[in-house]
Design a binder for this molecule. Structure first.
Ligand code: ZN
Length: 287
């Protein structure tokens, strides 16, 4: 099985072969790179996309016309991932459900996120963005990507102590943590219910959105011993009963800004990013 480093490397290699990047990236150009054309099709309600290759070598990527345009863009990148990584599709679980995805599908999602939110374009935006889901929403607009993909990559690349958490049916199904939060052992347990009375839980229960509010660190992080002011922002997507939460520490003393890296050498960055504490579902359990 490919690990996180292999996937990031292969995706970045693939992007380099596609030529100069513009924003938002062209998923048709990605498809064309592997001899594919994108067609919109009527698929099953929960189906995102499928592909087939003609004997002539021409690849057809069929995306579900009933899905939102952003979802279709992600689906094209996901199908490209299956071809480039050589992973057979296993589309038995719905793609919005992080909890039920197979490792191969998660690998393709990760490759797709790299294509849609390329490191070289996305990382500088993350560094200059404000904290909060409003800023992540603006980045999602700019990259024409979903809030889920954008939030996940935002936390993965953030220099702050922060986490992006996805919950389904009121239970945490996925979290992406920044390198500094991983170093600080800020563990968020998968399967845990949203903390009672948290901003996220209240918005899920129907309370209106207000501004980000202070949260209890030990309600979110296991065995959290450190001080610091934790801030929580949230959005609830009622259609899938999916709750998105951004958590970050807003405390200069606890969280001094990381030393400036003038030039993020890609290999050096990878070593830091991929420090063995993997953020992916099913691999983030405590030792
Ligand atoms: Zn797939």
């Amino acid at each position: 099985m490919l690990d996180e480093l292999d996937i990031a490397t292969k995706a970045r290699e693939f992007i380099r072969h596609c030529g100069p990047l513009a924003l938002p990236v062209s998923v048709d150009a990605y498809a064309a790179q592997i001899g594919g054309t994108v067609v919109e099709d009527t698929l099953g309600e929960k189906e995102d996309a499928w592909s087939f290759r003609e004997p002539s070598g021409k690849l057809h990527i069929c995306v579900n016309c009933a899905q939102t345009p952003r979802r279709r863009r992600f689906s094209v990148c996901h199908e490209v991932a299956h071809v480039v990584l050589g992973i057979e599709p296993d589309h038995s679980a719905p793609s919005w459900s992080y909890a039920r995805r197979s490792p191969g599908e998660i690998a393709c999602d990760d490759f797709a996120a790299e294509l849609l939110l390329p490191y070289k374009l996305f990382k500088p935006r993350v560094d200059s963005a404000d904290m909060g889901l409003a800023a992540i929403g603006e980045l999602a607009d700019e990259f024409d990507a979903s809030l889920q993909s954008t939030g996940s990559r935002f936390a993965t690349f953030s220099r702050e102590l922060c986490a992006f958490v996805v919950s389904e049916g009121g239970k945490i199904s996925y979290s992406a943590r920044s390198p500094r939060l991983r170093e600080a052992k800020g563990w968020i347990r998968r399967g845990m219910p949203l903390p009672a009375d948290s901003y996220s839980a209240r918005v899920r229960a129907g309370e209106g959105l207000s501004s980000p509010e202070e949260a209890e660190p030990d309600q979110w992080f296991e065995d959290w011993q450190r001080d610091g002011v934790l801030i929580e922002d949230t959005r609830h997507l009622g259609k899938w009963d999916q709750t998105l939460t951004l958590l970050w520490f807003d405390d200069e003393e606890l969280a001094p800004p990381a030393p400036e890296r003038k030039q993020w050498e890609e290999d050096a960055y990878r070593l830091r990013e991929l420090d063995g504490v993997l953020p992916w579902p099913g691999r983030s359990k405590r030792k």
